[in-house]
Design a protein around this ligand. Sequence first.
Ligand code: CO
Length: 134
Amino acid sequence: MIGKLNHVAIAVPDLEKASAVYREALGAKVSPPQAEPDHGVTVVFIELPNTKIELLHPLGDNSPIAAFLEKNPSGGMHHVCYEVDDIRAARDQLKAQGARVLGDGEPKIGAHNKPVLFLHPKDFCGTLVELEQA
Ligand code: CO
């Protein structure tokens, strides 16, 4: 069902420092920070030849990554995003197998202007999974 790895998201307490690590120490192509108020995060995109890394930093009072950073004050891997052809078909198939879809279960438009859904980490080897319709 899943296709390409679209991105790995890493929550970071200091976006500038994290950008510098990827730009200078690791020599990657790093975008300027982009505010995503609808998602409660500021994102920096790092383009690798085969996938992307997204650095996430809380934006606003109800950021979905605030609690994660409280538990992981130096930052950490937040989720992986896999591409699917049909997000509703993927959701229905996973739900039929007992997997939990977060939120109201309806796809939302993600940071790349494509529909996304999140799946409960307890059902996926302890990792929060984002599905994006490619
Ligand atoms: Co993501």
